[in-house]
Design a protein around this ligand. Sequence first.
Ligand code: SF4
Ligand code: SF4
Length: 452
Amino acid sequence: MQRRDFLKFAGSAAAAMGTMAAAAPLLSVKPLLATTDSAYESSILAQKLVYRPDGWGGAKVRYLDYPGGSFDINNPRQADLNQCQSLGTSKIVGNIKQIREIQSGFKQYDLGFYGKLEDLRAAAGPQYYSPMGNALVFGLRPFGTEAYVDGEPRAEKLPIPEPATMSRHIKDIAFYMGADDCGIGILPKQALYTHQVATSEAVAKGAQPSDEFEIENDHPYAIAILYNQDFRTGTMASDGYDGGTYGARRAYFHCGTVACIIANYIRNLGYRARAHHNNNYQLVVTPVLIAAGMGELSRVGDCVLHPYLGFNYKAAVVTTDMPLMPDKPIDFGVQSFCKTCKKCAVECPSQSISSSDTQEEYNGYMKYKLDYKTCTIFRRTQPQGYGCGRCAVVCPWSSKEPSWFHTMASYLSSMKNEAVNRVIANMDDVFGYGTEVATEYKSWLGYPGMGR
Ligand code: SF4
Ligand code: SF4
């Protein structure tokens, strides 16, 4: 019997024996609310059905202060993180500089700052070519043009409800469009790049790939839209390191296109809005996700763990000046759990993830060190394909499926108890999570006879 089948069988058996009663307090944990927990918000929530997926529960989610500590709905503005001591559960101990897009790992690689591309590829040897992976990238490309991500708002503003109701409405739309989560944050000023590298559209019009363009964005709000990356294709990263690329590109396509639609909708209401997605970013997504209550910074560099999706998602963002009610950052015990777990550091094929017990300062934040250069070069050149995601697959927060077992494990993992964390991480190993060989899906997106 397969392990996952065993878990389902065990769940049924436990229910039959009445042991589910013992787990009931855990299963009835209040699910994550997409908005703050004020009485007014609660009344809004009671009025309207949200297209949120059923079955989420487990992790105990605690709400923290807004970035900056307060929020004035009559005078909304971007949060200046250099006036803050933390963003969510991430401590801020130094000056956070806004960076240029050209400083990001993939731009560094693509523009030759990590070494000549021919040399890097030659050193890595022949690389598997993925016809479907290539087609998935092609899907989002047209949505990266300026006409899709941005535009002028309607000249006359249409009447809209007050911010809490409008926030709920925007989330309803995102969930209706298939998003797996949606949060709204105060946009941290330091999340914005100062300069964007020429997009493929600009290059087609004559710009050099390394040309940079200054970014101007004073939108106070950021809407984060998350799509599940599909765990089944993700497990292909267990032995070939590239299966996650299918799921990642599929999720980028969905969240990117929906971000463009929601930005367009907001402009149709008369407000400014810009979509940011995998084919056209003007910001770093990580601080936006934390500000919007979508998760906590993890051991894997800039990766944010979501309480139910783990790393198993991709995100796009809409920045806007439409009045909204922001969510608060959350704490569900990741800082404590990552300190004990270290599975991603052990399993990373390029040894890019720190296994240290302590965090260190990086651009003002306290975080675990990630070697962006070795990670990026491995992802771009590894022989099995054009990506990795091994860290995402092995993370105990990612390998979740709806079952009483995982609900209970998520709850216990969020309790910030070192001994319990160790037991959960060891159990994850005992059950073999992250080591699955995904033979069933090897050719799922391929074709018969492709040999994988
Ligand atoms: S994507 Fe792969 S190489 Fe990069 S940190 Fe994760 S496991 Fe390591
Ligand atoms: S694998 Fe473990 S240490 Fe790494 S991000 Fe996940 S919980 Fe944290």
